[in-house]
Design a protein around this ligand. Structure first.
Ligand code: UDP
Ligand code: MG
Length: 223
């Protein structure tokens, strides 16, 4: 940490999330207003949304300069959007990675920051409960069994994107040459002191899941 007040940037991929963005903005602004000893930024990466998402983000930036927009030229998919946001937020002392749909509750973020302040360079938010059921759930479970067998650095099955990377971890992540990225796998691979912060995963605040089953299978293969 260089500055006396560390800069914490939230990187949030957004694809057709107009229905949830107003609530997301309100809950993030409440978090930021709380201070928690940090200077906050939210980097919203619009991944080629076909709804009003980009316009809503621009309107929020006009109201509140703590919000920023990275606008991709088309829909590249969640992992690519995340990488674009991480590159944009490179100057931050720590980066929180999270979904836009409020399944990753912003109220958990101070606990992620606290774990980082206590020395963890990688912080994983781990779900006490899982919202997914049925085929998706079976797919996730199957993936973790196979991945756990194949990899020397298995992914913690109850963790996803939600978490925090300190600047050293972000820099390490950027040095990786992988183009088709599977973020939780790379996060496990880069090493560094790691902490887990348990939380209760929420239902989507509104709208439908934007990840197609086909794309999830592709991520699993990339992993
Ligand atoms: N997302 C994205 N690009 C896509 C699909 C999804 O940036 O092509 C975003 C989406 O807006 C959300 C996050 O990725 O912020 C997770 O997507 P979703 O909630 O649909 O996935 P799930 O909860 O099923 O993993
Ligand atoms: Mg979701």
């Amino acid at each position: 940490m260089t500055a006396s007040v560390p800069v914490v940037a939230l990187v949030i991929p957004v694809f057709n999330e107009a229905a949830v963005l107003p609530e997301l903005f309100a809950r993030l602004a409440a978090l930021f207003d709380g201070g928690h000893g940090c200077a906050w930024r939210a980097v919203l990466v619009d991944d080629g949304s076909r709804d009003q998402s980009a316009d809503l983000i621009r309107a929020q930036i006009a109201r509140d300069p703590r919000f920023e927009l990275v606008e991709l030229s088309r829909n590249f998919g969640f992992q690519a959007a995340l990488s674009a946001g991480l590159a944009h937020a490179r100057g931050a002392d720590a980066i929180v990675t999270m979904d836009a749909d409020l399944q990753d509750p912003p109220e958990v973020i101070p606990a992620l920051v606290a774990a980082w302040r206590e020395g963890a360079e990688v912080v994983r938010a781990t779900r006490r409960t899982r919202a997914e059921t049925g085929l998706r759930r079976m797919g996730f479970d199957f993936f973790h069994v196979i991945f756990g067998q194949l990899s020397d650095y298995p992914v913690e099955p109850n963790s996803g994107t939600f978490g925090l990377l300190g600047r050293a971890a972000v820099d390490a992540f950027h040095q990786l040459p992988e183009r088709n990225r599977f973020f939780p796998g790379l996060r496990a691979w880069i090493g560094f002191p790691t902490a887990d912060v348990p939380y209760d995963r929420q239902e989507r605040a509104a709208g439908k899941p934007q990840q197609t089953f086909r794309r999830l299978v592709r991520y699993a293969l990339d992993g």
